[in-house]
Design a protein around this ligand. Structure first.
Ligand SMILES: [Mg+2]
Length: 423
């Protein structure tokens, strides 16, 4: 399936957040966003640097990281406010929480921006589609408008098939806008821009490229990659050439900083009911468990808590989780745990979600409580499972690990007996 990635970026984040807080405390105050204003430095002494500038301030040539003194020279009537990081963190948290209400597949890139993978949510959000906006524009507008309504600040949403293009798109005209940058729009929308505007192209790289006559992103895209590697170094050369041609990653790192987790979710083709549960929900959980397990194995990590989440036909999200006795990366363990969680969530007496006639529009499976193997659950069942998959070397490694662990815990020789018994 084609990927649909959003990049959501808060417009002049620190300035907007300071403005929103100010208005909350004093509804009669001037909205900092509507006048030349900056966050940072000290108004009286004019020391320090500009942390954020309003769009009217930017019109005077005021930029982030400029000295406050210089900013006042450009615009003497400038309003300044001190930065307030506690408030920023709180607004950032509320912003990300709204994104996560639309999908679990969210990668926070910084305090005020995040990527979302909305590829499988078309049916889930079909009610947002209108004559004006089909999917995914409809979803981007709904998301943007909800943030504005609930939190009081605006965002830009960039839409494409990968992170690089989505990020480039969100940087087009601001504020409060949705832009697409699909591969077939690169030539028109991205290539005319100066190469310095390419995400990841620093000032020094841009200067170097300019000295070779590479002025625009188009020039970089059409340049010989070998030449770029020679001039910029292997890694940067490849990066600039790939990005200028619109190529970038399309899978998100969904682990959260607060409670790391690996999850995948899918929108169902039609609502899953109590009647279709066995035939339709179980295969979805199996598939999702396999993909979560694959990602854990790729990253060589393990999770201790398994969770399932669903979205019901009334758009409410529900979830249920349980902690295992030790962490795991086994698809079988994740799947069996997730299936039993989903059964409880769906049919638990009196409270089961599927008992009252609602259906599921989305099902997700994930693990959290991530570690690097120090809390591993090593069961005979896993060992046997892996043998049957022909993963003999992995099995041996785990047997060794299990043996070491048990030796430490119970003294030497325990493993052989235990394993024989299991067979
Ligand atoms: Mg921003």
């Amino acid at each position: 399936m084609e990927k649909i990635i959003f990049h959501v970026d808060v417009n002049s984040a620190f300035l907007s957040w300071s403005a929103v807080k100010r208005l909350k405390e004093d509804p009669g105050a001037v909205d900092l966003r509507t006048v030349p204003s900056i966050v940072g430095g000290d108004e009286k002494t004019r020391h320090g640097i500009v942390t954020a500038a309003s769009i009217p301030a930017k019109a005077y040539g005021i930029k982030t990281a400029m000295t406050v003194n210089e900013a006042f020279r450009l615009c003497p009537g400038l309003l300044t406010v001190k930065s307030d990081f506690l408030t920023y963190e709180e607004y950032s948290r509320q912003f990300i929480a709204i994104l996560r209400d639309f999908t679990d597949i969210v990668e926070q890139a910084s305090i005020d921006e995040a990527y979302m993978d909305v590829s499988s949510t078309r049916r889930l959000y079909s009610s947002y589609e209108s004559k004006e906006y089909g999917f995914p524009l409809s979803l981007a507008h709904a998301l943007k408008d909800r943030i504005k309504k609930e939190l009081g600040f605006t965002v830009n949403v960039g839409i494409s098939e990968n992170c690089l293009l989505a990020k480039m798109a969100s940087d087009f005209e601001k504020p409060d806008k949705v832009h697409t940058l699909y591969p077939d729009e690169i030539e028109k929308k991205m290539w005319p821009l100066p190469v310095r505007d390419l995400f990841g192209c620093g000032k020094a790289t841009a200067e170097k490229l300019k000295s070779f006559g590479i002025m625009t992103i188009r020039d970089a895209a059409r340049a010989d990659e070998k030449f770029l590697k020679k001039v910029l170094g292997e890694k940067a050369g490849i990066y600039i050439h790939e990005s200028a041609n619109g190529r970038g990653r399309d899978s998100l790192e969904t682990e959260r900083a607060d409670s790391k987790s690996y999850s995948n979710e899918v929108t169902t083709e039609k609502d899953i009911t109590a009647e279709s549960f066995e035939d339709e929900a179980i295969p979805i959980v199996e598939r999702l468990s396999e993909s979560v397990s694959r990602r854990l194995k790729n990253d060589k990590v393990f999770g201790k808590t398994v969770f399932v989440s669903v979205k019901t036909s009334d758009f409410k999200r529900h979830s249920k989780q349980t902690a295992l006795s030790g962490s795991t990366d086994s698809s079988k363990v994740i799947c069996e745990t997730a299936v039993s969680l989903l059964r409880e969530l769906s049919f638990e007496k009196g409270r089961g979600l599927l008992l009252n006639g609602k259906g599921y529009r989305l099902i997700g499976v994930g693990v959290s409580g991530i570690d690097h193997g120090e809390n591993r659950q090593i069961s005979l069942f896993e060992l046997e499972n892996e043998t049957s998959n022909g993963r003999d070397r992995e099995r041996e490694k785990r047997l060794d690990m299990l043996s070491d662990l048990l030796d430490k815990k119970f003294g030497k020789g325990v493993i052989k007996k235990g394993f024989d018994k299991g067979k």
